[in-house]
Each structure stands twice: as C-alpha cells, then as structure tokens.
Write a protein of this length. Structure first.
Length: 92
C-alpha cells in the first residue's frame, strides 16, 4: 500500500501513516527497511519528512521475473501439448 501510494508521487510520512492505521514509529521502521532496500528515499525539510519511490530499484527484479515468466510459459505450453495428446489418444 505504501509503495503504491509513493508510485503516484512523493508524500510526507504522516500522509503515508494515515490510511494504514499503524502508529508512526511502526511506519518509520517500515520506511527504514524500504530505504535500506533502496526502494524509497527520504528527505527531511524542517519538521516534515517526505518519502519518494525509486522505481529503478525494481529493475533487477523485473529482469528475473521476465526470465521466470518465460520458463513457466514454456512449461505450460509443454503441459498443454501433453494434455492435448492424451485427449486425442482417448478419442481413438
């Protein structure tokens, strides 16, 4: 939910905490994990801490997911061929 909101644009921490129902320290810990992972950046301006999403951080995962998609599509194609063969044999 938090990354979805940040994908729309930067937001202050208080705005991110609002709809979640979590207390601010919990939100701050979560943001710290996201920042350590490189998914978000935070910036403090006076008393307001704002967060922004870093979509480029997802690029390595995107490549891996694409590879997995190709593997599973090939497996499902082979399964489809096998099932079609069984059905044809059953019709004979």
């Amino acid at each position: 939910m938090m990354l979805s909101r940040l994908a729309q644009g930067p937001a202050p921490v208080t705005e991110l905490a609002g709809p979640s129902g979590f207390k601010l320290p919990t939100i701050m810990r979560h943001l710290s994990v996201l920042e350590t992972a490189g998914l978000v950046t935070t910036q403090k301006d006076g008393r307001v801490r704002s967060c922004a999403f870093r979509p480029a951080a997802l690029q390595p995962m995107t490549g891996w997911l694409e590879d997995q998609r190709k593997i599973w599509e090939a497996r499902l194609d082979r399964l489809d061929d096998y099932v079609m063969t069984l059905m044809k044999e059953r019709e004979k």
